[in-house]
Design a binder for this molecule. Structure first.
Ligand code: ADP
Ligand code: NA
Length: 327
């Protein structure tokens, strides 16, 4: 049965954190095999919308590749590639940019947030969502796993598919959002905000390469409250609820089962239980990341093959686009 094509991208931020894994990558893994084809891209063209050190960027790309593989992204079941290696992305992005009005971009949340930061916002940052639309449409993707924060960007991709089709004749399917999971992992230090790579508090974020000791240490220091009972109520008890939610996600138990099992356990002792569950879940992934990281040639080879497969899919679509546009 034809189930369509999935595309998603992740920035080369190096080794992902627990939030990336539970909120996105875990579902990426399970989408392999459920669709006709699945493409995952390490989006380094997007990464350079913020200042990057070239050596670090290259390392971060390989670390992300190693991490995706370690999490279960399988290059035999999907196309895993580095965005900048497939130049069709930038060409389609230009063409789509010419169909996009400035006001349409000005109101998108990422521009509003990030353009206020240090570099004042480059043209690249402004047109970031157009490049995202190009990523998706270049493969005529039908389904796009996204976080809630990306929904408006996906709407732009839908609009651009429609606008292109109206101008030049039906070509692109309108991509649909796969709101992969409602799961949001919160910061261990400020459980009202999400766990994030950019959190300056070192103890707030669990990396997939954290050692068992690191994980235990961070979870022991996670912010909770003065009630010792374990309950799940994200509104009034965000800290404990975040731990319950993490515990549920890594163990596969439902939230109510986790709470049931923690009856009579105080939050101090419960943190140990959560830490053990997280450690158990992340250990094999960590080992595999560390192993793969040492094999740079292997990683580069996988990305090279992925780019080749991606180009094979992209080039006939771009050829058709060029034809329609009048090149
Ligand atoms: P970060 O916020 O750490 O920079 P990104 O914005 O690069 O992470 O997100 C990469 C992917 O991980 C996205 O699909 C995003 O929705 C998901 N993600 C990021 N942080 C979390 C989190 N704390 N909980 C759940 N999912 C997350
Ligand atoms: Na982010």
């Amino acid at each position: 049965p034809s189930r369509g094509r999935v595309f998603s991208g992740i920035q080369p931020t190096g080794v992902p954190h627990l939030g990336n894994y539970l909120g996105a990558l875990e579902s990426w893994v399970s989408l392999q095999g459920s669709y006709d084809s699945v493409l995952y891209s390490i989006v380094d063209l997007h990464a350079i919308t913020q200042p990057q050190d070239p050596r670090q960027l290259r390392q971060n790309t390989l670390d992300m590749a190693a991490s995706l593989l370690a999490c279960g992204i399988n290059p035999d079941r999907c196309v895993l590639f580095q965005q900048s290696q497939v130049s069709e992305h930038t060409e389609l992005s230009w063409i789509l940019g010419c169909l996009t009005s400035m006001p349409r971009l000005r109101h998108l949340p990422q521009w509003k947030m990030k353009s206020k930061q240090k570099n004042k916002g480059s043209v690249g940052l402004f047109t970031y969502p157009v490049l995202q639309a190009a990523d998706i449409l270049l493969y005529k993707a039908t389904h796009v796993p996204v976080g809630e924060d990306q929904v408006q960007h996906l709407e732009l991709a839908q609009d651009l598919a429609r606008i292109f089709n109206n101008h030049y004749g039906e070509l692109f399917p309108e991509p649909r959002a796969l709101l992969s999971s409602m799961r949001k992992v919160k910061s261990l230090r400020d459980p009202t905000s999400k766990m994030s790579k950019s959190d300056p508090q070192k103890l707030a974020t669990i990396s997939l390469t954290d050692s068992p000791d690191d994980i235990g240490f961070k979870i022991r220091r996670a912010v909770t409250d003065f009630t010792s009972e374990v309950t799940y109520d994200p509104e009034t008890r965000p800290g404990v609820s975040n731990l319950v939610s993490i515990h549920s996600a890594v163990s596969g138990l439902r939230v109510d089962e986790v709470v049931q099992q923690a009856r009579g356990v105080d939050t101090g002792r419960y943190k140990q239980v959560v830490a053990e569950a997280v450690i158990q879940r992340l250990q094999p992934i960590r080992q595999e990341i560390l192993r793969l990281r040492d094999d740079r040639a292997h990683l580069e080879n996988i990305l090279e093959h992925g780019a080749q497969k991606a180009r094979e899919l992209a080039s006939p679509v771009l050829k058709e686009v060029r034809q329609r546009v009048g090149f």
